[in-house]
Design a binder for this molecule. Structure first.
Ligand code: SF4
Length: 214
């Protein structure tokens, strides 16, 4: 694992990346279809280890039946499963969505809680899911790191983190807080479109050409 570059150098690189991503994706929208904090929470929980496209195909049918914790809690896990069966890990996710809805009803008055700590107590909700909800539903300054962001942060030498927790902290250091919401989406979009998981010699895109010429 290469050593972490000095902070000033990483900030300079991040500034260039930010400008390039803003030009490519000036107004990035969350990729998962949702209507409110609860439907976003469900969609993000479903998207773990699955594609957003697959989740977006499943959620209209599920939300037509249950778009609130009260309605979801009234379904059985089997009924939930029937609507999400093409999503990866559907049996576990069905049970989690049911248990999550029950907990929202019993502990949170049927509302999605607005702190990371409370969100992470919900069944099937990890740090990344909670971060996405805090950012996209409640406008809080979080930096959800998925596999794309982890990979690109390494390739652009913004982080040398071995895991997403270190990467999250490294990225929070180099991007201004008021950019976190957009830049986390912009990096994901860039990772899907250009900087995919395939190997790369670092000479294909303008971003790396600039960063490697410094
Ligand atoms: S040159 Fe390669 S590593 Fe750099 S941004 Fe493009 S695809 Fe990613």
């Amino acid at each position: 694992m290469p050593a972490l570059l000095p902070l000033a150098e990483r900030k300079k690189r991040a500034k260039y990346v930010l400008g390039a991503l803003k030009r490519l994706y000036p107004n990035p929208k969350p990729p998962l279809h949702h209507e409110d904090a609860y439907t976003l929470l469900v969609a993000v929980a479903l998207s773990a280890q699955s594609t957003d496209a697959g989740v977006n195909q499943a959620t209209p049918g599920l939300f037509a039946l249950a778009d609130t914790p009260k309605k979801m809690a009234a379904l059985t896990p089997e009924r939930i499963h029937a609507h999400i069966k093409r999503v990866n890990y559907a049996p576990t996710k069905s049970r989690n969505l049911h248990a999550m809805a029950q907990m929202l009803m019993s502990d949170f008055g049927g509302k999605v809680p607005q702190t990371m700590e409370e969100l992470e107590t919900l069944p099937g909700v990890g740090h990344k899911t909670a971060s996405v909800v805090m950012s996209q539903a409640f406008g809080q300054a979080t930096f959800p790191v998925d596999t794309h962001i982890h990979r690109l942060a390494q390739r652009w030498k913004l982080s040398a983190g071995k895991n997403v927790v270190v990467t999250e902290n490294d990225l929070k250091e180099v991007f201004p807080e008021n950019t976190w919401r957009d830049v986390h989406l912009q990096i994901i979009y860039y990772g899907r479109e250009y900087c995919t998981a395939k190997g790369c010699d670092g000479h294909t895109c303008k971003i790396c050409k600039y960063l490697n010429s410094e």
